[in-house]
Design a protein around this ligand. Structure first.
Ligand code: PXG
Length: 313
């Protein structure tokens, strides 16, 4: 083992990037790139103390950042909604995202772009925070195993309701994910692979990090964003892909019953991509294999990821 490691280390020294797993990630932190062990923020940062901040999860495929402008739009909107001024112009932020990918010599992976309220005092008043903290991580992503895409996920609806838009808009992609995490914990307790949240009226909202689509007799339905769904960027892409496929997606109030009797269900998200559902609360969905329309969306999505995006190199 030692011999193998020594051999690898020699190669790393000689070839630099041959074994990137043995090197530290380079993290963008407030304008500079630092090695991951040195990428530290204050324990007084309100992002940590209160979840006061916003973020985006972005994918890059084949050397191109996928739907980057849409993610920047949403980040700036989330920040505006919480009266947080991002301390970089949009062009500079875009450049920082691309440079973070380059610094890590990656062509496929996942970007976490985070803006926190910054360091303040122990009170929750954001006025004590003088400068927002910006950091960007670009890394490889651990995907769902391929069998999830061929066999589908077992999911459960959970007791935790999606936070009401009157309390905190689910459209804001904030650093406070406890609502989603509670739902995830409940799903874990049921042995589910993902959890579906309902809103206070009992309508389906979304999953912990994904939007949901239901197909019944060729009709494709998805909850309204006003039912508590994040305006997912992958969700929006589905409308575009559907149009190209000669299909239509309609927004609707959906109940658990609509899930139980669906012909097909799939989830969409930056992390999960397009992933089929095979079971909801013990009810098998459709014929027990990935449905035909879901397969069409998966194929169209994959094609789009490989052929579009902002070039990194
Ligand atoms: N709903 C919620 C609550 C989300 O957080 C989505 C829907 C899907 O949106 P997009 O724009 O990605 O299609 C999200 C997205 C993670 C992670 O690391 C979470 C998201 C995205 C990327 C990574 O858990 N959330």
């Amino acid at each position: 083992m030692t011999a193998v490691l020594d051999h690898r280390l020699r190669k790393v020294r000689k070839c630099g990037k041959m074994f990137p797993f043995m090197q530290h990630l380079k993290i963008y932190l407030d304008g500079v790139f630092v090695n991951e062990p040195d990428a530290k923020i204050s324990v007084f940062d309100h992002g940590l103390l209160y979840g006061d901040g916003v973020f985006e999860g972005i994918r890059f495929y084949n050397g191109r950042v996928f739907l980057l402008e849409e993610h920047l739009d949403r980040l700036f909107d989330s920040a505006k909604a919480i009266l947080l001024t991002i301390p970089l112009e949009r062009d500079a932020l875009r450049a920082a995202v691309l440079e973070t990918c380059r610094q890590n010599q990656l062509r496929d992976g996942y970007i976490r772009l985070v803006v926190t309220r910054g360091k303040g005092d122990l009170g929750l008043n954001p006025n004590s925070c003088l400068k927002p903290t910006v950091f960007i991580i670009a890394a490889t992503i651990v995907l769902y195993p391929e069998k999830f895409y061929t066999e589908g996920l077992r999911v459960n609806t959970v007791p935790t309701q999606r936070v009401s838009p009157a309390a905190l808009s689910p459209a804001i992609k904030s650093l406070n994910y406890l609502n989603n995490i509670m739902a995830k914990i409940e799903g874990n307790l049921y042995g589910a692979q993902e959890s579906i949240l309902l809103n206070q009226q009992g309508f389906v909202a979304e999953c912990t990090a994904d939007n949901i689509f239901v197909i019944k007799q060729e009709q494709i339905l998805t909850p309204h964003v006003t039912d508590g769904a994040l305006g997912g960027i992958t969700r929006r892409l589905m409308f575009d892909l559907a149009k190209k496929m000669g299909r239509e997606i309609r927004e609707a109030n959906l109940t658990r019953y609509d899930l139980f009797v669906a012909d097909e269900i799939f989830l969409t998200g930056t992390g999960a991509e397009v992933v089929p559902i095979s079971e909801v609360d013990g009810r098998k969905i459709g014929p027990g294999r990935v449905g035909r329309i879901t397969q069409e969306f998966i194929a169209a999505f994959r094609e789009r990821t490989q052929n579009t995006g902002v070039s990194i190199y």
